[in-house]
Ligand binder design. Sequence first.
Ligand code: UDP
Length: 489
Amino acid sequence: MNQNDQQNTTTIQPHVLIFPIPFQGPVNCALKLAELLCLSGINVTFLNTEHIHGPLLRHTQVLSRFSRYPNFKFDTVPDGLEHEKPVSGDGFMEVMDAVDKVSKPLFREMMVSGKWSRISERPVTVMIPDACFSFAVDVAVEAGVQVVCFETVSPCCMWTSYLNLPTLIEAGDVPFEDNDLDRLITTVPGTEHVIRRRDLGSFCRSNDLSDPVIELIVKEAKSVPRAQGLILNTFEELDSLILPHMRKLCPNIYTIGPLHTLHKTRLTTNPTQPSQETGFSNSVWKEDRTCLSWLDKHDPKTVIYVSIGSLATMTVEQLVEIWYGVVNSEKPFLWVRRPGSIVGEYDESRIPAELLERTKEIGCIVDWAPQEDVLAHQAIGGFLTHSGWNSTIESIAEGVPMVCWPYFVDQQVNSRFVEAVWKMGVDMKDTCDRVRVEKAVRGIMDSKDNVFAQSANTWANLAHESISKTGSSSTHLGRLVDDILAMSS
Ligand code: UDP
């Protein structure tokens, strides 16, 4: 080894580039991973596309939280989108297209030609892109950088509807018309008795194989196995049905979930702990924390929490059905009504007066809640959710049973697993009527020896064990850190 080689070897420092897809849930999750890596002494650059970076810094405590880490920095890449662009599920492909057209070539240029000044101060040794950014795997190979993908949708969806999508297409299972939705899908190992057509990722219902979402996911299915590893937000027991099968395709899987509780535990045992007032959230939007005092006034496990996350929408008719169902269940409710989540013109005069009256008595409505703290509050006894993966695993970690009303992508799979595999809730997919909602809410919350609440409790205990010092998720995080160090040497 000559002197230059020796110098290079000794001066290379582990430097991870994290690049999430620009949506609330994935960015929130990726920031938690970033903070855990910073705490392990690894240098981290967090790359956001511009339209999400602005609101993230403006509306949240994120900048002050991360300014405590000298080994952390943010960077941005243009996406050509307006700042603060209101996003709903319908806008998903618009954002992904913008990333593809604007961000992708710039990102490649930055990584391959080294024109990225801030990055080139310290070479990237390991890239952790969202698994959905298949182009990042190509760029990593071209730039000679190791790559570990981070999948923020659920492993059950990733397995059944992403990694197996080429097989499903080849077998003629996908696409299918909107009929015979109860037919079992028998081509996916591990879930032969669980998943019906209606439970596959929502994009499988498209009758067009050139649907851009299908194309995006087929690309992902081909690129992820080429990476050196795959990070999943789950714990071993929770996904024991599918993980052995996934490992045949992607042998190096790090299960580090529930990521938010692992993150919270590591931060509270660290001297740089943030104040309890702001919590541990990286929510891109401002949270209304007054609902926590409203919850304080209620008895344990009496309140139903209603939220459809950051992208899902509902029509006024669906809103009224769900609203009636919740009110008729007689449970006090905390409801997140994200601005823009009701499709069309929301006009209060269209809402029956009795609903508005009853809401004043037993309801609390906010624009955006500190959801992790809400689910951890003792007053919460149930969660009516759109079954986004973050919401689902946050509910699992707190032992809160769920009524699932999935909207799109992985939510159709998650809601099926909640009901049929984890047995901790009711899947209402493809229906929306007040009688069913009322029955489901009562079903998960009434009576002390409620089976849903019992399973939820069991899963919460297992989740808790997984993040203990010797638990599987802690071990996998330790292994990830060791592997990053080894890949960087
Ligand atoms: N969330 C929040 N406040 C709310 C509603 C949601 O902080 O009022 C957070 C929630 O804790 C979760 C994320 O937003 O971490 C939603 O992610 P999920 O995967 O459940 O759904 P998505 O928004 O991606 O559809």
